[in-house]
Design a protein around this ligand. Structure first.
Ligand SMILES: [Zn+2]
Length: 296
């Protein structure tokens, strides 16, 4: 019985560690793609099935320097969060805590101000018109908020964004930026990648001053649906991007402050060795990723 309990705790620890590593990779990659803005913007991923416990970036740390251990473990129901010395950015808390609490299926939430999709958000009509495959990808999946009312830094504004987003996976935030929700970090990252590509195409097309050749509703819906056959690209793309980070010597996967580039893979290897030595205690399971000796 205890063994089964310990095994479940170890599995949960391993899954949470993987989410930490993958979200840290998403921060580094967002910076590499120039989607970030100064030390603002925010990405999060749910830990608990109800979404109320989640990981998010610490206040005002540059995306290019974020490691897995930096991410804050937060609880939407914890009303003391913003009174603590390590409180997250107020806008990040207002948006992400409310969306995670209200929409448990939104496992990963990415909110950024990338150049082209933010430019699109400033138009009187920020609709992503279907004019090619990438723009049509978002047909029928996008909500638009034209109710910008200053910086989003209170729960009421977070709740308002939840109601506008509703069952859609992309939110064009008028006069502000964009937000994507998805079931996994890889899927959210892939949608964000194509959202910025689609916005670039649309902005460039607008810049010609010529009329857009907008697809019919039937063609746009069919093209959007056609993307489901390519959903596997998200996992493959994200894995290859992470591999590039690994090969560059990035420390993003470090799970503790002392470790010099301790990768998740080497920690898992250690974990297996400990298990083979019948390393069995609840304390050990909980501290699994923080108490291991340094891996050079
Ligand atoms: Zn913003």
């Amino acid at each position: 019985m205890l063994d089964r309990f310990v095994a479940a705790a170890e599995t949960a620890d391993a899954l949470n560690a993987q989410l930490r590593v993958d979200l840290a990779a998403a921060f580094r990659l967002a910076a590499a793609f120039d989607w970030h803005e100064s030390v603002g913007n925010h990405l999060s991923v749910a830990l608990s099935p109800d979404g109320r416990k989640f990981l998010m970036n610490p206040r005002w740390k540059h995306f290019a320097g974020i490691n897995a251990y930096d991410l804050l473990s937060l609880d939407s129901d914890d009303l003391e969060t913003m009174q603590r010395p390590n409180a997250p950015d107020p806008s990040a808390w207002a948006i992400h805590s409310r969306i995670h609490a209200a929409l448990p299926h939104a496992r990963c939430i990415l909110h950024l101000h990338p150049p082209y999709s933010t430019a699109l958000s400033t138009l009187a009509d920020p609709t992503i018109h279907p004019i090619d495959g990438n723009t049509a990808r978002f047909y029928g999946r996008t909500a638009t908020d034209l109710g910008y009312d200053g910086i989003a830094d209170d729960a009421a504004e977070g709740d308002r964004l939840v109601s506008v987003l509703a069952d859609k996976s992309v939110l064009i935030m008028g006069n502000h930026g964009v937000l994507v929700v998805a079931p996994t970090i890889a899927a959210a990252f892939e949608d964000f990648y194509f959202l910025e590509k689609a916005s670039k195409t649309l902005v460039l097309a607008y810049s010609t001053g010529k009329p857009l050749n907008v697809m019919s509703a039937e063609l746009a819906a069919r093209t959007s649906h056609g993307w489901t056959a390519y959903s596997g690209m998200a996992t493959t793309h994200f894995a290859q991007l992470k591999q590039m980070l690994d090969e560059s010597g990035s420390t993003y996967a470090s799970l503790n402050r002392e470790g010099r580039c301790q990768s998740f893979r080497s920690l898992r290897f250690r974990s297996l060795r400990f298990r083979s030595l019948r390393f069995r205690s609840l304390t050990g399971a909980v501290q699994h990723f923080t108490s291991l000796p340094r891996v050079e």
